[in-house]
Design a protein. Structure first.
Lengths: 31, 568
């Protein structure tokens, strides 16, 4: 169960990082 | 050699009409399938209450990520609960958590790296709901983002992800995979929901024969450049690939969509410039499509030649021992031989599918260098949609470099390329080697990483490089020598697949979004032409130089050192 929580947490953080990257790329285009 | 020539000729013949059809689907034009599929698509979109208006690049990218995220979490749950669910005649237990993490990322990112054997690790429900379904959706996702990028590059609106996804699955993936499944069934590939049977062989031993929806999986496995086999031995297993005809069908299937995307791109550009007169080459490949196709073909044929002749040359140590060998047959199926194995190896890594009909770990060092390099380049046709996106990023880089060298304005498809696009181009290109080399470096300094190596020395480094190249390129083929079902390998390769997919697609969509908004400049004498064979060659050189600058040191310590040790 603990490993499941860890795996899901890694997935959530990874997706959050990629969505953050989308916003960063949008900033690059804007400026 | 004749078999190789026939396969490649069939590919070129088929890719043209399929590319034209894909262009019609992508551009919302009329097709012969509309009367049936319009009703199906409209019903599905209405049922899901989807807003079908066009999206900007940012919304398209976030929707793509969110849809993938939902499918990843559902798939993870099914893999962890498969023991309690139905359609499990072999009583297979739940998949271990880090292996589930690796498997679900692997299939959602179109990689299909397998750290498990399908016949003993998955229930029929998991094979269908997780594996086969994600083979459709991951391939369709790649196709959608590619079409959005192409629309952006030619100055059209980027489209709607949900509409693209639905149209791609109903109009391209489902009909084509049904046809391929039926051809494979005619060749003897199984399609049932029965449990594994244990039979007595002629030698008197007992052997387990896996059964299940194999033909359905095989068709989309190749068509969607997925590559994950129903059985651990993948397409080397006669249950998945029984005859020479099925072998050719599987190869053509994996080449079809990436090749067709290039033709689609050519037709889109041709239509954008409203060119009335069409030369023969423009009728087949459209404007611009031909030079991209030539560049990818040159690198593909170069790799194929090296792989084939390296395997034909065999192993010099056997000759010294007085053994008469006709080439290197270790790890190859007798029914396929060296020619079909070399072609399959080159195709599966160039078109980033990852299915194998021979074991890549037992290729000669130079033969093994080819699949490794194909995955490191990640632009030799590449996977469904994403391959073309990678080539186009290199085309932008080639335009920029060539433009600077000869004093021309960097323009691509009538749009000026500026610093902000080049930043994203550089980022998109550099992430791939960073993932491969960074994770490989981590593995060689960590105990858990080194523990996976089964063949220490130069070959051990090749095993590590191959694993991460396959993961970051979303290829999925295995060197098969690595003991990779451990917590360390499951998590690191999982992350390499994840970031190798999403971190590269995002800046590519951003580039298209940026170019889409720009005003078109008319071509002048100062414009570098990008529809010529000269540009194809410049593109090839740019790709090879970037590859040499990033990967040559690692390759020199792996397969190149192994080759020199073996022969000199």
């Amino acid at each position: 169960m603990l490993m499941d929580i860890c795996m899901v947490a890694i997935l959530v953080l990874s997706f959050a990082a990629v969505i953050g990257f989308v916003h960063w790329c949008a900033g690059v285009i804007r400026h | 050699m004749l078999q190789i020539a026939i396969t490649l000729a069939l590919f070129v013949i088929l890719v043209i009409p399929v590319g034209k059809y894909v262009f019609h689907v992508a551009d919302m034009k009329k097709t012969f399938a509309d009367p049936v599929f319009d009703k199906v698509d409209n019903f599905l979109l209405k049922m899901m209450r989807v807003d079908t208006s066009s999206m900007n690049w940012k919304k398209y990218a976030v929707t793509f990520l969110m849809v993938n995220a939902v499918m990843i979490f559902i798939g993870y749950l099914v893999l962890r609960l498969q023991a309690m669910l139905f359609l499990n005649p072999n009583d297979i237990g739940a998949m271990e958590s880090t292996l589930s993490f690796n498997t679900i990322i692997s299939f959602m990112t179109n990689t299909n790296l397998q750290h498990y054997a399908g016949e003993s690790g998955l229930s029929h429900l998991s094979q269908m709901v997780v594996i086969i379904m994600q083979m459709f959706t991951s391939a369709a996702s790649g196709y959608c983002v590619c079409m959005a990028m192409l629309r952006g590059l030619v100055g059209k609106e980027m489209g709607n992800f949900y509409v693209d996804m639905t149209r791609c699955i109903t109009r391209i993936m489902l009909p084509l995979s049904t046809i391929i499944s039926l051809i494979l069934v005619s060749q003897g590939v199984m399609q049932n929901l029965n449990a594994t049977v244990t039979l007595q062989t002629i030698e008197g031993r007992l052997q387990d024969i896996a059964q299940g929806p194999i033909a359905a999986l095989e068709s989309i496995k190749h068509l969607g450049t997925n590559g994950g086999g129903f059985t651990g031995a993948n397409s080397a297993n006669p249950l998945e690939n029984p005859t020479a005809i099925s072998n050719i069908v599987e190869m053509i299937s994996m080449m079809l969509m990436p090749g067709a995307c290039i033709v689609t791109f050519g037709h889109m550009v041709h239509e954008k410039w409203s060119l009335q007169k069409k030369s023969l080459k423009q009728i087949f490949f459209g404007t611009q499509g031909r030079c991209i196709f030539i560049a990818a073909s040159v690198i593909f044929l170069l790799g194929l030649s090296i792989c084939y002749f390296a395997e034909m040359a065999g192993n010099p140590i056997f000759e010294k021992l007085g053994l008469v060998m006709s080439g290197n047959m270790e790890g190859k199926e007798m029914r396929f031989g060296i020619a079909q194995s070399s072609l399959f190896t080159t195709v599966t890594t160039a078109f980033t599918t990852g299915t194998v009909n021979n074991m890549h770990d037992t290729l000669t060092p130079l033969g093994g260098l080819v699949p490794l390099l194909n995955m490191m380049l990640n632009v030799v046709f590449g996977g469904d949609g994403v391959g073309l996106m990678n080539i186009l990023v290199y085309a932008l880089l080639a335009v920029f470099i060539c433009g600077l060298m000869i004093g021309r304005t960097p323009e691509f498809l009538g749009k000026k390329i500026e610093g902000k696009e080049m930043k994203l181009v550089a980022l998109s290109i550099i992430i791939h080697p960073l993932l491969i080399l960074g994770f490989s470096a981590l593995s060689v300094v960590m105990k858990d990483g080194l523990a996976g190596i089964t063949n220490p020395g130069y070959h051990g480094l090749s095993q590590i490089l191959y694993e991460f190249s396959s993961s970051a390129a979303n290829n999925g083929s295995g060197f098969e020598g690595l003991a990779d079902n451990t917590v360390f390998w499951n998590i690191t390769t999982g992350l390499a697949m994840f970031f190798g997919r999403y971190l590269i697609i995002v800046p590519q969509l951003a580039i298209a979004g940026s170019l889409m908004k720009k005003k078109e400049v008319s071509a002048s004498v100062g414009t570098l032409r990008t529809d010529t064979t000269t540009f194809s060659m410049a593109l090839v050189m740019v790709i090879l130089i970037i590859a040499a600058l990033t990967f040559l040191p690692a390759l020199a310590l792996g397969p190149i050192a192994e080759h020199l040790t073996l022969w000199y």
